[in-house]
Ligand binder design. Sequence first.
Ligand code: TYD
Ligand code: MG
Length: 462
Amino acid sequence: MAKDKTIYTCSECGGSSPRWLGKCPHCGAWNTLVETVAEPVAGKHRLSALRQGLASHGTLARLAEIEAADVQRTPTGLPELDRVLGGGIVAGAVVLIGGDPGIGKSTLLLQALDALQRAGLPTLYVTGEESGAQVALRARRLGLADSQVPVLAEIQLERILATLERERPAVAVIDSIQTVYTEQLSSAPGSVAQVRECAAHLTRLAKAGGDGGRDGTTLVLVGHVTKEGALAGPRVLEHMVDTVLYFEGDTHSSFRLVRAIKNRFGAVNEMGVFAMTERGLKGVSNPSALFLSQHAQPVPGSCVLVTLEGTRPLLVEIQALVDAGGVSPRRLSVGLERDRLAMLLAVLHRHAGVACADQDVFVNAVGGVRIAEPAADLAVLLAIQSSLRGRALPQRFVAFGEVGLAGEVRPAPRGLERLREAAKLGFRVALVPAANVPRKPDAATRELLAAMEVHPVERIEQ
Ligand code: TYD
Ligand code: MG
């Protein structure tokens, strides 16, 4: 096969160069040039055709006249997955699902495909990582020995495209995009250029279905996370697809979280919770108490936080350990941002006079959850303070609230909902931002506030 001309494109600015260079000549970024196939340029001809009025123009439509049918969603048979997808899969949508190796991506998708196939939708599972026999073994393990899901063990893009074209499945999984390669490029499978080129071809095919009266194929691309914690060629893939899901979780615990990072067909930051069992992933529909470790007695350095995951309040235990450090004390956090921790320690020092400059500070969110919202601040500070003083916080105590640089405690979104969830799980004392407690509570809120001892705070010194 004749090779197309290759050029080098910057993954930051999209500029191109005929040769590989260490530094992009357009935006000056380093090491961003990747090999790509040059688009054939019509150049002069296109322009002269335009001048002569030969080029056909596109058709315009007014927004109001375009039929905006509500997207059709097909449930996958896994309610927790549907929740992150925004209700189910959408025909012609492309979903990228990323995560560490071994976290359960293949398991989850095989379960979903099988459920869809049983519901009467034609599916296709393209495996580039495992042989058909290995996939069959997994299906047996999942109790799906009689599964009718068609499996294609193939890594060459052109053959995958031809199969998709012929079979026209409603849902196809490519496991994984990093194993697929096209002969158009000389770079190795898994390189940014290959991943981008293959994903672009597959996406085009998935979307193409719509015009011929047929629905497009819902395409699910599995992507591995590199050592730096990003999908290979993250920028190029993330903007190409409609939905980006990330699989998270501690490999030592059986819980797996699936989070939406981007979703053109639903809300982001929704989270699906699964438990990995002997027979595959099982949805956990009420996960709010999952991330609490069970202490018989209250222990120092632990504070329960009510965080919000999408629309669901979730109780997570934050643990802190403050210990005498060496010359350069360490600040380590698991599941929380380290920069945020440094900032909180500075605020604690400046506004509450609590110094830990010579102490090692470790903070951990129990169960491998990752918490990005600033409403965790208050709980983190309380856990640190509790560890520093060696005194436990009261029993059945929760906290939430954002802490500002001036030492003020700012309200968290949907404060009452958080309190309600905490009350439901038997928590009785709460430290919350003053602005989260309504001045004129309605009857239901009054009842909630009566059931719990709520302490509103405005500043961290309090
Ligand atoms: P897998 O889906 O292969 O992960 P990925 O595709 O993300 O690399 O998950 C494999 C892990 O899950 C492996 O460590 C075994 C475990 N597992 C179970 O615990 N129960 C099961 O039923 C299955 C199929 C796998
Ligand atoms: Mg896999």
